[in-house]
Design a protein around this ligand. Sequence first.
Ligand code: BGP
Length: 461
Amino acid sequence: MTVQYKFPDNFWWGSAASATQMEGAAHEGGKGENIWDHWYKREPNRFFDGVGPETTSDFYYRYKEDIQRMKEIGHNSFRFSISWARLIPGGEGEVNQEAVNFYNDVINELLKYDIEPFVNLYHFDMPKEQQDKGGFENRDVVALFAEYAKQCFDLFGDRVKMWFTFNEPIVPVEGGYLYDFHYPNIVDAQKAFQVAYHTMLASALAISHFRKLDIKGQIGIILNLTPSYPRSQHPADLKAAHRADLFFNRSFLDPAVLGEFPTELIELLKEYEHLPAYKEEDLTVIKENTVDILGVNYYQPRRVKAKDHVPNPDSPFMPDWFFDNYEMPGRKMNPYRGWEIYEKGIYDIMINLKNNYGNIPSFISENGMGVQDEHRFLKDGRIEDDYRINFIKGHLTWLHKAIEEGCHTKGYHLWTFMDNWSWMNAYKNRYGFYSVNLETQERTAKKSAYWFKEVAENNGF
Ligand code: BGP
């Protein structure tokens, strides 16, 4: 392969996944219930095809063969999450030894193949007992999360060098407290802001434990940074895009990297009486415990326009001072998932980090192309996913340009290693390098897996 786009030495090539989405063994190995197990039991029909978190690719039992596959396709790093409810079944108290053994084995197996384990502590999966007490609405849960994080550092910090506190903290806020696509299905802006605030406090508190333990590694957070593009240069549209950025990106990015919430955000929350409860000393914890590294998840941009004052029944929280989403005519769409494809977005994000966030070291922690009914692309027993190869290439090309312009970008992880269960969407959209037959658990590499192997081996394409 002639290499036109060469990436920096030691670039991380790999993929990402999460506990609830791939482990299976939802009621085995001493695992406690999390909100997904509970919600599925309560409302199975809310999940695509009625499929719940018990039906997965069974990584809990098949991690050895899967890690070997990672090696086969050139991974030098892999991100997974620890299930809080598996490690500490009720979210507090005794550690479950079977879980310790499992995560130890996974970490050791990855290291055996020179695959750097990237460990994320929370991927949307609050233990049910803690959610019953309010989850992150409840200040006590903040300290419990930090305690759980500390346990993880103690148990695995001798080998794991790359740590992340949360994946996409905005999603449980939007899903669970504004737009009804995650448990606890509450629609209440005040609670949403409280949960967002407590999540960022919990992240900083976990980082403070990490620093006290003097773990030889780095700690960060994974954010889905969604660039907001205005419909036009009209001041009202510009203001709408600015607010979308403020709420959906900067609410998390600023405290994580700069150690403080944007003043403008605080002023707006005061004005609209949504300021969450906080203690003065929290702000010091947030100030003193910023991240070493940022994981960036990028799928699609946000197109925004000024509110047109027509109530939108699909958007329960879209007050007048907010913005409306805008369906820009002619935008390029993923025909198999319904999300926009805008490769340059990845470059814009990186340039923003360089210019406004001290060029913090970062990497792409998720990017990927979901496809419905992907078996239609099956040819001679394997999925010919040229569309995914083009998708990755397009994004890597812009990422490469960002790096050439001085952005401190250290890797690229695809979402995801093998087709996995995805919350309410269950198995609707497939993203993996490997397809999985859920009846036989047979894995088959897609065309993109072989292509990616070459990219990783050549450190470029
Ligand atoms: C991201 C999440 C992942 C995964 C992905 C795809 O936001 O971090 O957990 O679910 O989105 O989502 P979907 O299957 O709904 O297309």
